[in-house]
Write a protein that binds this ligand. Structure first.
Ligand code: HEC
Length: 114
């Protein structure tokens, strides 16, 4: 096998491995619904538009970002009185599912008029 072919094969396998990893990590939107309703919507809204001043809008946020922040609140590397309490109750699967829920909500933006 030529070096070029070997390289292409290597890249293809690496891409496939990344893809499989991402699918394995992808959360389940349907499974998140109850958690959203019982744990999150009081502050962040069912649709991710925050109802509590000081809470973040979550709709359309990047899935990876949501996962990172929820893990940070859970581990204590990011601290906020309310979120730190809520995040401690979440499992890894809960975090993946909740991130998938809020990331899956489609948002559109409108630029301010200059
Ligand atoms: C009692 C109100 C409250 C509840 C309930 C709550 N949050 Fe929060 N959340 C906040 C506040 C306030 C912040 C802003 C934290 C800060 O200032 O650092 C926040 C921040 C976040 C952030 C970080 C956003 C960013 O832009 O960095 C995420 C992600 C998040 N919440 C997800 C959730 C999820 C998922 C749930 C349900 C499991 C939940 N929150 C429940 C109040 C709440």
């Amino acid at each position: 096998m030529s070096n070029e072919k070997r390289l292409v094969r290597h890249l293809l396998l690496a891409t496939l491995a990344t893809f499989e990893l991402q699918s394995a990590l992808a959360g389940d939107v349907a499974a998140a619904r109850t958690k959203v309703q019982t744990l999150c919507q009081v502050c962040h809204g069912f649709d991710g538009v925050a109802v509590l001043p000081g809470a973040a809008n979550l709709s359309g946020q990047q899935r990876e970002y949501l996962v990172t922040q929820l893990r940070a609140f859970r581990s204590g590397s990011r601290v906020e009185a309310q979120m730190s309490v809520v995040a401690k109750t979440l499992s890894d699967v809960d975090i993946e599912n909740l991130a998938e829920w809020y990331a899956a909500i489609k948002v559109s933006v409108e630029m301010p008029k200059e």
